[in-house]
Design a protein around this ligand. Structure first.
Ligand SMILES: [Zn+2]
Ligand SMILES: [Zn+2]
Ligand SMILES: [Zn+2]
Length: 330
């Protein structure tokens, strides 16, 4: 995922509505958000509406999360809106291709196997039984005596027959008719949380939150994620930036690197170095969970980045307590 999206996501994670919404996925309350059909308004997302306030914002909200790469979506339905009044309460009229009337009769075509006579079902029907209008024999068994040979439509207005009707739309709200050409058709999606985002969110909430709280309890002002402007004018994102609330305003930046395999490689060290080279904070920490590779450690030493190795967030807090609090209290 491109970096700009990562920054977009980090900003969205700070938003209370996003947090409330994503919590429903993380807590397995929803695995996929499906729209609910409302005959007047079309599809709605009631869970989102309850978070963002009203229905008109729900789609913008979901779209924002989709564009930032937080949600993925699957085409769930297509909805037809009346081009005149915008209502979603639109029905389909199958119509006569000749006179455009929707007063058409749909019938099955039946072929009497023995004599080869073919006609619509109504002409075979006598009560509950079927008789051939040509040879008058009774048709008893489907696919033995007779077979269904497709659909045949007859217009009740102009009496013409055809096999494929035209499709037109009728608005139940304003009664306007519309065709495929002028209909407004919109995609409707079901949404789910991207897998890699699930990990990212879990990291930022499960790991960063205890660190943030710990720093606040120890008299730091904390921003997380933090966007700091560098000498180059570019904004750089750090997982945490902490300031001592005194006149010195000394800045400590902290990034987290988590490896799901064994050791954290050197890339996060390089990435952090590139940022601190521009931003020049007073201290830079890289929390490596569970541990940092030897190469990473060497580079961190070179770049003046302090590496904190921890197996989990509890150990990370303990290690920070040791390094950060004792240092800044000196
Ligand atoms: Zn309408
Ligand atoms: Zn007709
Ligand atoms: Zn027959």
């Amino acid at each position: 995922m491109p970096k700009t999206n990562k920054i977009k996501r980090a900003e969205l994670y700070k938003d209370r509505s996003t947090q409330a919404f994503l919590n429903k996925f993380l807590g397995n309350e929803i695995s996929e958000l499906e729209p609910v059909y409302d005959p007047k308004l079309g599809y709605r997302y009631p869970i989102v509406e309850s978070i963002v306030g009203d229905s008109s914002n729900a789609e913008d909200f979901l779209n924002k999360l989709y564009e930032a790469g937080i949600l993925e979506r699957r085409l769930y339905d297509k909805i037809i809106y009346c081009p005149k009044c915008g209502s979603a309460n639109v029905s389909v009229h199958y119509s006569c291709p000749y006179c455009k009337s929707f007063n058409i009769q749909k019938s099955s075509l039946i072929e009497h196997v023995k004599c080869g006579y073919m006609d619509i079902e109504e002409n075979f029907r006598k009560g509950n039984k079927l008789f051939c209008p040509k040879c008058h024999e009774e048709l008893k068994k489907l696919d033995v005596d007779y077979r269904r040979a497709g659909i045949w439509c007859t217009c009740k207005d102009c009496s013409k027959s055809f096999d494929i009707p035209d499709t037109a739309h009728f608005c139940r709200g304003c009664h306007a008719g519309s065709t495929f050409e002028d209909a407004v058709i919109k995609d409707v999606y079901a949404y789910s949380l991207k897998k890699q985002v699930k990990e990212e969110v879990a990291v930022s909430w499960v790991v960063v939150n205890p660190i943030r709280e710990f720093l606040q309890e120890n008299g730091f002002e904390v921003e997380s994620p933090a966007f700091l402007k560098g000498k180059s004018g570019a904004n750089h994102m750090f997982d945490v930036a902490a300031y001592k609330g005194d006149v010195t305003r000394k800045v400590t930046v902290i990034d987290l690197a988590i490896s799901t395999e064994d050791v954290v490689p050197e890339q996060p060290v390089i990435a952090l170095f590139a940022k601190i080279f521009d931003v020049s904070p007073d201290r830079a920490y890289l929390i490596a969970i569970p541990e940092m590779s030897e190469n990473g450690k060497k580079m961190a030493g070179l770049y003046n980045i302090k590496v904190v190795e921890a197996r989990n967030q509890k150990e990370a807090v303990e290690a920070l307590k040791d390094k950060l609090i004792r240092k800044t209290n000196k």
